[in-house]
Design a binder for this molecule. Structure first.
Ligand code: SF4
Length: 286
């Protein structure tokens, strides 16, 4: 078997694939944990966060990025929720996926819809996470946040999921070094636009570490964001490096208008709609 080269080595041609995962891992049970598991998490409210009013207070929400697990649980991570749904974004949109949402994020994007992951959560050992993931009998796992890489044991978790036979993706804000990520993992990395309020946090050195199967995502909030993203496309020749996703900011940018701009400018990007929000709105755990 050809070994997977490390991140930062020569970028292969655009090898992104829409193929659904076809290899089921070693599932321990076909029974999904459902309510009993979710009850273990902080499910005090399933209500969608009101981003309009919530975001005004985001700066005051503490970042509970927990890097110090209890002394007897050195490989534990703090988990906000673990659930089974359809992949809502990226090239695998629509594929049944187990999501592992890690607690904590040092960023405060204006449009954040997962502020509930900034703090709280529950410690879980990597073995426990694998056991819970396995009960859904899905072949695909996405580790998300918050910002997953804000927890130092995230790379261990990703490698363990790969070792267990899962197809794995990581959703990251792009502010942390992705060199620590196992090369078997598909990275879906944001480049934060000015509309996020966090564009100063972009770690552009990550771009050189992307591989052909990775994806870069811009959340476009308005025309100024679009023009900014176009400049970044040219500056970093992103479309030649990997798949580039343009996603209209939910409730902020008209998707059809963005589609028109992309077509008129002949951009080599992919318009992405958030499938889970089309299906279920902002319902938590979807
Ligand atoms: S990086 Fe993601 S989780 Fe963190 S504030 Fe921005 S949108 Fe929210």
């Amino acid at each position: 078997m050809t070994p997977t080269p490390p991140r930062g080595s020569a970028t292969p041609p655009n090898a992104a694939s829409n193929a659904a995962p076809d290899t089921a891992p070693n599932a321990t049970s076909n029974a999904a944990p459902g309510a009993p598991l979710n009850a273990a998490f902080d499910t005090a409210s399933n209500a969608a966060p009101d981003t309009t009013t919530l975001n005004a207070a985001l700066k005051d929400v503490p970042n509970d990025a927990p890097d110090t697990p209890p002394a007897d649980r050195r490989d534990a991570l703090k988990i906000t929720e673990l659930f089974h749904s359809l992949q809502g974004e990226s090239l695998t949109a629509g594929v049944p996926t187990v999501f592992v949402r890690l607690t904590g994020c040092p960023l405060r994007c204006h449009y954040c819809d997962t502020a509930y992951a900034f703090s709280g959560g529950h410690w879980m050992d990597i073995a426990d996470i694998l056991a819970q993931v396995g009960r859904y009998d899905a072949g695909y796992v996405t580790v998300t946040g918050g910002e997953p890489l804000a927890q130092k044991r995230c790379p261990q978790l990703l490698a363990a999921l790969c070792d267990a036979g899962y197809r794995v993706s990581l959703e990251t804000a792009g502010s942390h070094d992705i060199a620590v990520v196992d090369p078997r993992v598909v990275i879906v990395m944001d480049i934060k636009t000015p509309g996020s309020g966090e564009d100063a946090r972009n770690r552009y050195a990550n771009i050189a570490r992307l591989r052909g199967g990775d994806q870069v995502k811009f959340v476009i909030c308005d025309r100024a964001d679009y023009d900014w993203a176009k400049r970044k496309l040219d500056e970093h020749r992103l479309s030649e490096r990997c798949c580039v996703l343009f996603s209209p900011g939910y409730g902020r940018m008209d998707a059809a208008e963005l589609a028109g701009w992309i077509l008129r400018d002949r951009l080599r990007v992919r318009l992405q709609l958030q499938l889970h929000k089309i299906l279920w709105g902002e319902e938590r755990g979807r």
